[in-house]
Design a protein around this ligand. Structure first.
Ligand SMILES: NC(=O)C1=CN([C@@H]2O[C@H](COP(=O)(O)OP(=O)(O)OC[C@H]3O[C@@H](n4cnc5c(N)ncnc54)[C@H](O)[C@@H]3O)[C@@H](O)[C@H]2O)C=CC1
Ligand SMILES: O=C([O-])CC(=O)C(=O)O
Length: 349
């Protein structure tokens, strides 16, 4: 069955700004990590330090330990020069000339807590970053992993809009972890090399909204039965909480998350230099009636070129998507509405 969920013709949301090859010369690309001292942030910093496509890596954290992290990383040969920015007054300088801002800050999930409950703890640093971006750098790409992704990306988008610097083509929620889990779990079941199989993962990033499309597996010589798809979907959706429980709430996914962000960043760096790349990402997307949606997304030097808009689904996947769509809409509304709650709270104190 052809997915006919999209509410508007695909051209409606196409970014028509031209991508120029070598838009940003290799030597000039600057990346900032917000929340660098955290488990995700520090592992990510180590991976990005090895990336020759980045010239400057700016590490920001409220925590002074970011200075120690930068000193260590900066004495490794190769890759970008590394600078530390510690404390709230350094947030603006940390992002001022940056091309790609990676928001990995704040609380991870504890056992028994649902992702959507994380918005109260995680909204404040996102708001501070959006304010700083509006004042200092409204042209950077913003890529977020902070939970709950389904709500935090809309929350950040409305804030940026209110601050007069929203570009819907440049705000991304990173969902490469779902893709990584899908490929590796399916690889185990099919006894295939996970790096050689591709499976689109659409929807959102939560237990009820991740929708892997095994019927679209490539190469199509592989086949996932409905029983296998059902079992794998459950495993992929529960993978986050499984890690949280196995680590007794001390941390959530850290190494796999840093690895997945690194995959995303590698593609975006090529996009910044003029290539058109496909990343798995939760972005503004009018095609499914949910305002925001995740899936394979084409990105170029000016940001999003084309969000995902159509797939062939079998009946099993169609039912999963039918159930996921209202949940994504609910999460998007939670994020959008939280802007008013948050701003009125801040005004009072
Ligand atoms: N979208 C996804 O697939 C995933 C998202 N995450 C999210 O990534 C984020 C970071 O996770 P981790 O690095 O494991 O967390 P962590 O606890 O190791 O680090 C948290 C970071 O936030 C900062 N921070 C914590 N409390 C703060 C406070 N009160 N004020 C100012 N800064 C504070 C710390 O300095 C540190 O940089 C969390 O929101 C987590 O839920 C994590 C894994 C997967
Ligand atoms: O489950 C969590 O809290 C972290 C996360 O999003 C994931 O690992 O998928």
């Amino acid at each position: 069955m052809l997915l006919a969920k999209f509410k508007s013709p695909k051209i409606f949301f196409r970014n028509t700004q031209k991508s120029h090859l070598n838009f940003i010369p290799l030597r000039n690309i600057q990346v900032s990590i917000i929340g660098s001292v955290g488990e995700v942030g520090s592992n990510l910093a180590l991976l990005l330090k090895q990336n020759p496509k980045i010239s400057r890596l700016q590490l920001y954290d409220d925590n002074e330990s970011v200075n120690k992290l930068a000193i260590e990383l900066d004495c490794l040969p190769g890759g970008p020069t590394v600078s530390a920015f510690a404390g709230p007054s350094m947030l603006r300088p940390a992002i001022r000339f940056t091309d790609l801002i990676l928001m990995v800050d704040r609380s991870h999930r504890k056992p028994g807590i649902k992702r959507e409950q994380m918005i109260f703890a995680n909204a404040p640093p996102v708001q501070k970053l959006c304010r700083a971006m509006a004042e200092q750098n409204s042209t950077a790409f913003l890529a977020i992993t902070t939970s709950p992704l389904n709500s935090i990306v809309p929350f950040a988008s409305v804030l940026l809009l209110n601050y007069g610097s929203y570009n819907p083509f440049k705000v991304f929620g990173i969902t490469h972890l779902d893709l990584a889990r899908t490929r590796s779990l399916a690889g185990n079941v099919l006894q295939a090399n996970p790096t050689e199989i591709q499976i689109p993962v659409i929807g959102g990033h939560s237990d009820e909204t991740i929708v892997p499309l095994f019927s679209n597996i490539s190469p199509n010589t592989y086949e996932v039965t409905e029983r296998q798809a059902d079992m794998l979907t459950r495993l992929i959706r529960k993978a986050g909480v499984e890690v949280v429980n196995k680590k007794y709430g001390v941390e959530s996914a850290t190494l796999s998350m840093a690895w997945s962000i690194n995959e995303f960043v590698n593609c975006i760096l090529d996009a910044l230099r003029g290539a058109e790349v496909t990343v798995n990402s939760y972005t503004a997307n009018p095609h499914f009636g949910t305002k925001f949606f995740s899936g394979p997304t084409v990105v170029g030097a000016q940001g999003l070129v084309q969000p995902c808009y159509e797939f062939k689904l079998n009946d099993f996947e169609d039912k999963l998507l039918e159930k996921a769509l209202p949940m994504i809409s609910r999460d998007v509304s939670q994020g959008e509405q939280y802007v008013d709650v948050f701003e009125s709270f801040v005004r009072k104190f």
